[in-house]
Ligand binder design. Structure first.
Ligand code: PEP
Ligand code: MN
Length: 264
């Protein structure tokens, strides 16, 4: 298999502009769950950039559990993300939910995220495999590591080897946290594949207070980076407010991370 470490012993480094994911420095992706409006998004972008985030996240197409929840701004949201890139220099990461969004992704985005709910949407995987843009592939809610790697294989088999894996918590019997962060995925992924691994403690825990401890643990375990939800007024967020860090908390986390490992 193309994802296999046996075939490719050297860790892969994924380049997003001048940011190298999978090298010897941690990469921190930060931003709101969804792009809500221009002013808010730029405000959050400036805040996370100041703290040391090098890539910006924000969904314009939101795969919500309920069809009545905020669905994202679509192309308008992607234009706002482009503006974030122009102003701050951060590359932008956003979720693609359908192959019909391919042209928009090519035009506006630096890293295409495949969400947990679409990890086994094979037509979508083949489509991003052909786009040739870096991909952040989230682990499915109930996917085994083997299944997750086979999904990555779909992308690589189409000729795109710029894949980063993202562990975002899995479904277990435990209901205290939103999901259960499977940190064993870090050493398992390092053993099985050359692809880098990013940890998402925000969706894994669903609880703001638990994001920083899990982020630190992930880095101590050897993860290549983090993706963190940050919002300047989480109580007003249109999605995932309860797990979004205040900028002050994000700033403290970044300071704590430097103690554990070098950050980009
Ligand atoms: C997200 O990153 O905003 C998201 C929807 O994550 P997941 O697909 O992991 O639930
Ligand atoms: Mn979210």
């Amino acid at each position: 298999k193309l994802v296999s470490r046996e075939l490719h012993p050297k860790p892969s480094i994924i380049h997003v502009g001048d940011v190298a994911v999978g090298g010897d420095r941690l990469v921190v992706i930060a931003g709101p769950c969804g792009v809500e409006d221009r002013k808010r998004t730029l405000e959050i972008a400036r805040a996370v950039r100041k703290c040391g985030a090098v890539l910006f996240r924000g969904g314009a197409f939101k795969p919500r559990t309920s069809p009545y929840s905020f669905q994202g701004l679509g192309e308008e949201g992607l234009k706002i993300l482009s503006e974030v890139r122009d102003e701050t220099g951060m590359g932008v990461v956003t979720e693609m939910t359908s192959p019909s969004q391919a042209d928009l992704m090519m035009k506006y985005v630096d890293v295409v995220q495949i969400g947990a709910r679409n990890m086994q949407n094979f037509e979508l995987l083949k489509c991003v495999g052909r786009l040739g843009k870096p991909v952040l592939l989230k682990r499915g809610l109930s996917a085994t590591i083997e299944e997750w790697l086979m999904s990555a294989e779909y992308i690589l088999s189409e000729g795109n080897d710029q894949v980063m894996l993202c562990e975002r918590g899995i479904r277990t019997f435990e209901r205290y946290t939103r999901n259960t962060l499977d940190l064993t995925a870090v050493p398992v992924i390092k053993k099985l594949t050359h692809l880098p691994i990013i940890i998402d403690p925000s969706h894994a825990t669903g609880i703001r207070e638990m994001v920083s401890p899990m982020a630190r643990a992930a880095i101590a375990a050897g993860a290549d980076g983090l993706t963190i939800e940050v919002h300047t007024e989480p109580e007003k967020a249109l999605s995932d407010g309860p797990q979004s860090l205040y900028p002050e908390q994000f700033e403290q986390l970044m300071r704590d991370l430097y103690v554990i490992a070098p950050v980009v």
